[in-house]
Write a new protein. Structure first.
Lengths: 158, 508
């Protein structure tokens, strides 16, 4: 699990490093022609990242060989499918929250997000969930927008 | 003006009613953050930056910076107090810096001495806090006047040293830590180049012109990352909370813990000053030292008061000590101080040697408020320890979605774009994956904060030397910093190699 992640990361980082170098060379030189322009530092970083990703790949590969020799079974993942489902639900509702924030306004989206969040974490206790969600969304909005004079998208614009 | 005069002015700032309130709120939230196992000081501080930014938005910049840094620092050292509570009562450390406290603290709680363990921890933390503050007061002026003589080459090397130290001590694999550092530096280059005004890596996207906001990255990687981790990795540690019978320690306990507290304070302070070594290492070292010096080392692990007093003092002293490089040199030595530095930069206040001259209100106000905050924590922790113990029982069901909502609100209130919220979510997932696979996140944040400064100092130094890179090794101080930086990275590798050899020898 972790080794596949490391291998993937090293490949992704290698590509990022190459792209970074390629992009860095595109940066135009500074006008006054000083020896070290805006591209030097990013260029160096890109090279270092490529080297490090190679090193990570090598380390992972060596570890994999060692693990195969030791015949150690892969440690089973602790995460069960229920938790993954919970996380995905929460994550998707967070995405929806962001998407609707500027359209529907802060109070309503926050209320709905919190309610879904509480119920996703653990079913039941609807009344206290509703009370806490209302208190939080209205409370923050009131404190921030009304008392402190900040700006939040308030209510639906339509 | 003398140091005492400055300190008096600092107290004048700290005693303004709003700053007293900020310090109070900071230490309360800090204690809660310390008690709650899900949230560490880093995510606590990161989450509160946007909140403080909005709270102080009506004040003039300097006063706002002073107030919010007072609150944020309060969260930082408050968490050190709070971390001990769960270690002692529940056997689950609230912070990594309180891990060793569980060894003896929980045993004491089992024997019905939870109250005296908690109060000794609070007293020790207080003494350590005061010791490290006195150190800060004494060292602030001399250190910053030395640092004033640094040129760009010295600064460049010193910052590299800071990065190397944090990477060298973070996590199991140095390669991974270095990768995170480089990624942080890369993220720091996005945006319009401060020197030439040329845009870099923006791909023509206007929201990238001002660079990637450090706040979004920090909140995402730490706070959201930890939330996701708690959701995905369910741990059923519904242990019994030990009862607290009496709160005041016995005379014997006080006598037994006086010397460990003193030792822990000094040890922790010096470890805290070193970049990279933070509160966690300090508490481990202190525990080992106490065991070594003790006449009854066999009693450790069975509820020895010294095993609580030493480490708890050390981790608090270390958090005070870590403020020294941040305030005097402008170089954070740990993840949390990097976040504090980011907060100061948000207010356009550059930590470093000039801080004490240009913004004495901020620097000395902070120091004075830390005295007050430590006193508040001592007073709060003794009678209110039962209340804080109740905080542990906050159901995760409500806590986690609310943390997500707070981080969204915070980032949006400061940035006003949903782009940053998407970035925040992405960082949360990445933060979880990174932490799960042993990629330390703190170096990335540190590098993101230091990156632009490293680059600017490098270019200034190279402009002075006409593009000759040897300037970094011909200046003696700069050379020393670089050598220390390299050895910081290499020594652990050598030690690991030697450790392996030793192991092989034992087997053979």
């Amino acid at each position: 699990m972790s080794q596949t992640f490391d291998k993937m990361t090293s490949i992704v980082l290698f590509i990022i490093g190459i792209l970074f170098i390629a992009q860095a060379t595109q940066i135009s030189d500074s006008a006054y022609g000083s020896a070290v322009g805006p591209k030097t530092f990013p260029l160096a970083l890109g090279i270092v990242l490529v080297l490090l990703s190679l090193r990570l790949f090598y380390e992972t590969w060596r570890q994999a060989v060692k693990a195969r020799l030791a015949k150690g079974p892969e440690t089973p993942s602790k995460t069960s499918s229920i938790e993954i489902k919970k996380f995905l639900l929460l994550f998707v509702s967070a995405l929806a929250y962001v998407f609707f924030l500027e359209i529907v306004g802060y109070v309503i989206t926050t209320f709905i997000f919190l309610l879904i969040g509480f119920q996703t974490m653990e079913r039941g206790k609807i009344i206290s969930s509703v009370i806490i969600s209302v208190a939080f969304s209205v409370g923050i909005y009131y404190l921030f927008s009304v008392i402190l004079g900040g700006s939040l998208p308030s209510f639906p614009t339509f | 003006m003398s140091t005492l005069q400055f300190l008096a002015d600092g107290f004048a700032v700290a005693f303004q009613w709003q700053n007293l309130l900020f310090a109070f709120v900071g230490v309360i939230i800090g204690t809660a953050v310390g008690v709650l196992p899900g949230i560490g000081p880093m995510s606590g501080v990161a989450l509160l930056i946007p909140v403080t930014a909005t709270l102080t938005s009506g004040l003039p910049t300097e006063a706002a910076a002073a107030s919010s840094i007072i609150l944020l620092a309060g969260v930082y050292y408050g968490a050190m107090y709070g971390g001990s509570t769960t270690s002692i009562l529940l056997n689950t450390p609230g912070e990594s810096s309180s891990v060793v406290t569980t060894l003896d603290g929980y045993q004491m709680a089992k024997q019905g001495r939870a109250g005296s363990a908690l109060s000794i921890a609070a007293i020790g933390s207080f003494c350590a806090g005061i010791v490290s503050l006195l150190g800060l007061v004494l060292l602030a002026k001399p250190l910053s006047s030395i640092a004033l003589k640094f040129g760009p080459a010295e600064y460049f090397s010193l910052m590299l040293l800071g990065l190397a130290a944090v990477s060298g001590l973070a996590g199991r694999s140095i390669t991974k830590a270095l990768i995170m550092t480089v990624l942080g530096l890369m993220l720091g280059t996005v945006g319009i180049d401060a020197v030439s005004g040329i845009e870099r890596f923006t791909f023509g996207q206007p929201m990238l012109f001002s660079g990637i906001e450090f706040l979004t990255i920090a909140v995402g990687l730490f706070a959201l990352g930890e939330v996701f981790k708690t959701i995905l990795e369910k741990d059923d540690d519904d242990g019994q909370i030990a009862k607290i019978n009496r709160i005041l320690p016995t005379k014997q306990d006080l006598k037994d813990s006086a010397i460990p507290i003193a030792r822990g304070s000094f040890l922790g302070f010096f470890i805290g000053v070193l970049p990279g070594a933070g509160a966690t290492l300090a508490s481990f070292f202190s525990y080992i030292t106490e065991k070594k010096f003790s006449k009854t080392p066999e009693k450790f692990g069975q509820g020895h008061i010294a095993g609580v007093a030493g480490p708890e003092s050390a981790n608090n002293a270390a958090s005070g000590g870590a403020m020294i490089p941040l305030l005097t040199l402008g170089i954070p030595g740990s993840g949390t101080t990097a976040i504090l530095m980011g907060a100061l930069i948000m207010y356009n206040i550059q930590p470093g040697p000039l801080l004490f001259d240009e913004h004495p209100e901020v620097a000395w106000g902070l120091i004075a408020s830390m005295f007050i905050g430590n006193l508040m924590l001592l007073i709060l922790n003794m009678p209110l320890v039962r209340v804080f113990a109740k905080v542990i029982e906050t159901p995760k069901k409500y806590l986690l979605p609310i943390i997500i909502a707070i981080s969204f609100f915070g980032v949006y209130a400061v940035q006003y774009t949903t782009f940053d919220l998407y970035l925040l979510l992405a960082c949360g997932v990445l933060g979880y994956l990174f932490a799960k696979n042993d990629y330390p996140v703190a170096p990335l944040v540190l590098a993101l904060v230091l990156g632009p400064m490293i680059e600017n100092n490098m270019r200034r130094a190279l402009t002075i030397s006409n593009g000759d890179f040897s300037i970094f090794v011909t200046k003696p101080l700069s050379l020393v910093f670089l050598i220390v930086a390299v050895s910081w990275l290499l020594v652990p590798i050598f030690m690991k190699m030697r450790g392996k050899n030793v192991l092989i020898n034992e087997e053979a």
